[in-house]
Design a protein around this ligand. Sequence first.
Ligand code: SAH
Ligand code: SF4
Ligand code: F3S
Length: 469
Amino acid sequence: DNMHLPNMNDAKIRNQSKVNYIYENRESNDLFKGKKYFIKTYGCQMNVHDSEEISALIESLGYIKTDVLEEADFIILNTCAIRENAHDKVFGFLGRCKHLKKEKKDIIIGLCGCMAQEESVVNEIREKHPYIDIVFGTHNMNDLPKMLTNYYGKQDIEVYSKEGDVIEFGNLYKRDSNISAWVNIMYGCDKFCTYCIVPYTRGKQRSRKSEDIIKEVNELKEAGYKEITLLGQNVNAYGKDLDDVSFARLLELVSDTGIPRIRFVTSHPWDFTDEMIDVIAERDNIMPYIHLPLQSGSSRILKLMGRRYSKDDYLTLYNKIRSKVKDVSITTDIIVGFPGETREDFEDTLKVVNECKYDGAFTFIFSPRENTPAASFEDNVSLKEKEDRLHELNELINKYSKESNLKMLNKSVKVLITGVSEKDDTKVCGYTENMKLVNVDAPKEDIGKIINVKITDAKSFSLDGIKES
Ligand code: SAH
Ligand code: SF4
Ligand code: F3S
């Protein structure tokens, strides 16, 4: 049994070698030279960005990326634990990997990310999934090169229960895009909403130093990036764990770099200050798009969720943002079927949706998560009822997102072109400042540029447009 649960100091020492490890091993190690790796990422943007770090670590050993699963010598799954169905998806995919391993015996299969921080998952892997070779957690991604080099055919599980300090990764990330980049501003979360597993899988909140963030943004700008998205589970709490600037001030500093587009996710309605709203409203390179998770429109349920705001607090904030930030888009997250949610509670949620008329929303059925308080709350709402509520909510959400898209018709907007359109490969696509996806009639040379576009058609989830001269 090599499950590894050292104390925090131990984690710190190991973390410090992260960047050095890459340099030390870049040239010297040819054990894996030319071998191929396949990475599959589940979950939120933070995981997507972690995969860019994991890819850099794997490539430091000489591996080359492949998008074809069957070609891979190393398969790594970066997992999410937010809802139960994430678990089912991962083990479904692992079934395919297990099958591949029957034909190609020396494939190495790895699993990391938030699921690896769940004790029950680790036990399940140890007991039922011997073909998974390497497991590491969210606090020790940098152990991967060492785990791969030392792997000798015996399942190796190394997961830390506690977070270490923030260690700079520099600009070594193997980024998916050379136009738009993710920038971590903080790790973990201290909010402990009663339904949520994130504080357990990601540890307590740790902010990056503002000077390190600004340095990274400047380097990205130098490298030609047009857009950055600041990442954190709760960006408005940025800096509170350090003696550093507030999020509003950080936004100003990032804006001062002159990078053309700045976005951020996720902002919690708690602690969303007037200063933040003012900075977003004033600065042209801070995009008018805010993801503002509601979770529930019932103040009673919000209290049970531990969200620290009431329905009225939320609406006041929402209306303030709408009135101050020109052409702002606001999207949200909503959970239905929280334990004990009555029909009245659910109708309160519908009322808030009717008032906010969101540009879009992610909606979920409550999923009980290991060790969270809400998992043991009494739940007397049937699954059928929850599914009906989700369906009813989605109809309303879709109606408003279509309406908000229709408002864009015939407008002239700025679009950052990021690639070829998925629907029609004669077109390109990109996002407006307020985060609407547009398929544009424009030449491929415009990829990477911000161009003026006239909106010609509005669908439920995207817009069509043509390039203006
Ligand atoms: N930090 C963000 C949320 C990150 S998780 C915030 O506080 O807003 C993304 C979304 O997943 C949440 O907003 C919530 O709507 C949903 N979610 C989290 N835990 C869940 C659970 N146990 N069941 C169902 N949905 C959940
Ligand atoms: Fe989860 Fe709440 Fe933290 Fe968001 S703020 S990650 S919902 S605990
Ligand atoms: Fe999932 Fe972990 Fe993100 S649980 S949503 S990948 S922080």
